[in-house]
Structure formats: structure tokens, C-alpha cells
Ligand binder design. Structure first.
Ligand SMILES: Cc1ncc(COP(=O)(O)O)c(C=O)c1O
Length: 258
């Protein structure tokens, strides 16, 4: 039966037999206790990260390196994890920007992490995605000197943005390449963390997946400002609770502390 209230896939799409076979094969290995059931590396199993990097490179048609990856338990929990580690809503992190409209379940995650509703700033969309001009105007008005240097030693960001640049939920908009480049420049200028929800990227059916925002951050000099938040929920099975984060190595090392 189709559940119309929650975005669940039809159960006949969920590969139970494949999971059973894979789990059995993995658990029958002689090193299974240490490899699978023991505490593992903070960023995730190195073999898994290498294979993930190869998979993502194939899907994105551009190189993804395992040194930029960290395993997660899905995009929702990774969002909470990033907000907890990288923002301080009661002091350093003044604003939370959202693409408007956006995936409604993220608001409670921000509230749970200490943000107040009056810190939420909607950024509207047009046919090329987020209105980056409006965002720039707001940032200029509230951070007239750019990066607040006095506030910059604690490792927390002055603002945070949640966005879905590719196949946005719910509008399905795609952020243009020019706006992606500009957004990263703005984030650098204002010490803004961009948590980029990329869970739908690989569901691009026609043509290439647009270059993910984190690639603009990785290929230009400067402090890390973007994390790509990926998940197997939309491409394998939501119950797998497996995802990944991709960012500059310095930032990914901070995120892998669990
Ligand atoms: C935009 C977006 N992000 C994240 C999620 C949830 O991802 P996960 O299951 O990996 O927590 C959804 C699920 O509908 C979604 O639409």
C-alpha cells in the first residue's frame, strides 16, 4: 500500500535479499568481529570510504577523494551532528538561512540544536535557484565588515545556510553554476557554513549531475565553508541509515569525531 503522508518508497523497491546476502558474506569473514562489530576508525572504514569515493566519482563524472569523506548515519542525523559541532546559535552563529520553501523537517533539527525561530532567514528562489543577490544584500547589511575577525578564533561559523542546490525539495529547482561559485565566495567572505543537502543529486536522469557545491569549495584556496550531505536513503534504502559527508580534509576531520 502506498503511504501518501510520508515520502516512503514502495516496499517492493527495497532490496532485502541483497542486504541478506551482503550481510551474510560480510559476517562470515574470519575478521568480521574486529572489522565489523568492533569500534572502527572515526571517519569510517577505509575500504568503505575508498569504494564510496569510486562510486561517487562515477556518478558525478568528476573525482571524489576518500580523504574528503566521512561516513554518517544518514542526512538528517548528519545535519544535527554538523550543527552541534560547528555552530553556536546562542553566541557566534547569528543566522540560519533556508532556501524558501524547503524540506520542512529540517526546521525542528535547527530548533533542537539551539536556534530560535527569529534567527531563521528565508531566501527565496527564482528559475535559477536561490536568490543569491538577496542573500548577499542581507549579509552585507548585517556583517558590514565581512568576516567578524573578533569572532573567528573559536572555530564556529558566523552564519549557517541549509540548501538543496540540485532537485530541491519541494520545488525541484537547480542552482545555476554561476550562483554556486558566487555562493561559495559569499560563504568565505562572511564565515558562513553551507550545509548542502545533496540527497537527490544522483537521481538526475537526463544529462550529468550538476557539479556539487562542495567541489567549488574544494577546488579554490580558502577555509572550508561547504559540506555535502549525502545519503543512501533515496538511492538504496532509507532504513539502511547510511550516508556520507564530503568537505575539505580539515573540516571532515572535525566531523569524524564519534
Ligand atoms: C531534502 C531531504 N533531505 C534529507 C532527507 C532525509 O534523509 P535521510 O533519510 O538520509 O536522513 C529527505 C527525505 O525525504 C529529504 O527530502
Amino acid at each position: 500500500m502506498i503511504d501518501l503522508l510520508i515520502g516512503k518508497p514502495s516496499t517492493d523497491l527495497l532490496p532485502a535479499a541483497l542486504f541478506a546476502k551482503a550481510a551474510q558474506k560480510a559476517l562470515e569473514r574470519s575478521d568480521a568481529p574486529s572489522l565489523i562489530l568492533q569500534y572502527g576508525p572515526e571517519l569510517g572504514n577505509a575500504n568503505f570510504l575508498d569504494r564510496l569515493a569510486r562510486f561517487l566519482s562515477l556518478e558525478y563524472h568528476s573525482t571524489v577523494e576518500s580523504q574528503h569523506l566521512c561516513v554518517s548515519t544518514g542526512a538528517s542525523f548528519a545535519l544535527q551532528h554538523m550543527l552541534t559541532l560547528l555552530t553556536r546559535p546562542e553566541s557566534t552563529t547569528r543566522f540560519a538561512f533556508f532556501q524558501n520553501p524547503t524540506y520542512h523537517l529540517v526546521y525542528n533539527i535547527f530548533l533542537d540544536c539551539g536556534f530560535k525561530k527569529d534567527q531563521f532567514i528565508p531566501v527565496s528562489e527564482n528559475d535559477t535557484g536561490l536568490d543569491v543577490d538577496a542573500l548577499a544584500e542581507f549579509l552585507e547589511k548585517h556583517f558590514p565588515q565581512g568576516k567578524d575577525e573578533s569572532n573567528n578564533d573559536d572555530g564556529f561559523y558566523s552564519a549557517v545556510m541549509y540548501c538543496v542546490p540540485t532537485h530541491a525539495n519541494p520545488t525541484s529547482s537547480i542552482l545555476s553554476a554561476a550562483k554556486r561559485a558566487r555562493l561559495v565566495q559569499l560563504a568565505r567572505r562572511y564565515n558562513m557554513l553551507i550545509i548542502c543537502d545533496d540527497v537527490y543529486d544522483i537521481l538526475t536522469f537526463d544529462g550529468n549531475v550538476p557539479k556539487r557545491l562542495v567541489a567549488y569549495d574544494l577546488e579554490t584556496e580558502g577555509p572550508p565553508v561547504v559540506v555535502s550531505n549525502g545519503s543512501f536513503s533515496k538511492i538504496l534504502a532509507p532504513g539502511a541509515r547510511v550516508g556520507w559527508m564530503e568537505a575539505q580534509t580539515a573540516l571532515i576531520q572535525r566531523l569524524g569525531t564519534w
